[in-house]
Design a protein around this ligand. Structure first.
Ligand SMILES: [Zn+2]
Length: 303
């Protein structure tokens, strides 16, 4: 099973259109040692010519064009994309669905709560229901493994919350456990296991134990420190309050996941303000010295 990281940045990407933090500014000036990154997006293939998307990022059109395996392979209208997994209703994880509206049939796998937010509260998603069978919505069960795109998937419950745009009336009807899900992914016919956790506010002992069985852990690399978001104008919450365990500090992911010896550990969903993007920074050196990798667009692995 081939897995490709098509996008490795957090919401907004790197550089972010309205940001002139030290990272974004220096990247635009050509003075930054490191690469631009699109918003978090994964894809995997278990069979030739068949691909599954994990996340549906706002950069999806660009990410597909940057990946020849995802180009049309046969006829005048075709796409190897058969399945899309949507792990939250946040804009940077679902907006890309609207970019797949050109009369292509595919399956969307998500929780019932996320499906209701998208299809019942946002009439724009009618662009995916223009003909019978355009999109087939499959509910992801929280309590048992399920199959999609030639892989076996298991939900890791995370303590995330629904997006701020969801009305309080709707929130009252939804299951909070279905707001944000992490996933364990392995080939249906055996092979390694990958954990996808781009938004994790904490690591419970149970989660840590589960990750010990993984071969690859793609973990929340949004912020370096808990207070990093407070330097962003308009943001008043800490990293943890935003649902992202910081990399550094007491109880941060570097410390909390130090016990993970088996897995290849990779930070994904990296915010443009995070100093680990800078290949010459002390922070990136600390991460590398601790055995971590920093994801980049186009990174590929085999399970
Ligand atoms: Zn920035």
């Amino acid at each position: 099973m081939r897995v490709k990281i098509l996008g490795s940045a957090a919401g907004g990407g790197f550089p972010q259109w309205n940001c002139s933090c030290a990272n974004c500014r220096r990247l635009r000036e050509g003075k930054f040692k490191g690469t631009a990154r699109t918003q978090a997006q994964l894809a995997w293939s278990s069979a030739p010519g068949q691909w599954t998307l994990l996340n549906a990022s706002p950069d999806l059109r660009f990410q597909i064009e940057a990946t020849p395996e995802l180009w049309p392979q046969e006829g005048t209208r075709h796409s190897p994309i058969r399945d899309v997994i949507v792990p939250s209703a946040e804009v940077d994880q679902m907006l890309g669905l609207l970019l797949l509206r050109e009369f292509h049939s595919f399956r969307i796998h998500t929780t019932p709560s996320i499906r209701r937010i998208l299809t019942e509260d946002n009439s724009m998603f009618g662009v995916l229901a223009r003909f019978a069978g355009q999109v087939c919505w499959n509910d992801i069960p929280l309590d048992q493994p399920f199959c999609a795109g030639g892989a076996r998937l298991e939900v890791l419950s995370l303590s995330g919350s629904f997006p701020g745009f969801v009305s309080s009336a709707r929130l009252a009807e939804l299951n909070p456990a279905e707001a944000v899900i992490g996933l364990l992914i392995s080939p249906e016919l055996g092979g390694g296991m990958l954990a996808f956790l781009p938004g994790a506010a904490c690591v419970s002992d149970a989660l840590l134990e589960r990750l010990q069985t993984c071969d690859v852990v793609l973990f929340d690399g949004t912020f370096w420190s808990d207070e990093e978001p407070s330097f962003i104008p308009g943001v008043t919450r800490t990293a943890r309050q935003m649902g992202h365990l910081p990399v550094s500090g007491s109880g941060g992911s570097l410390e909390r996941l130090a016990a993970l010896r088996r897995a290849r550990k990779i930070y994904v969903h990296i915010n443009n303000t995070n100093p680990i993007l800078d290949e010459e920074s002390m922070e990136q050196r600390m991460v590398r010295d601790a055995g971590w990798e920093v994801a980049w667009d186009g990174m590929e692995m085999t399970l």
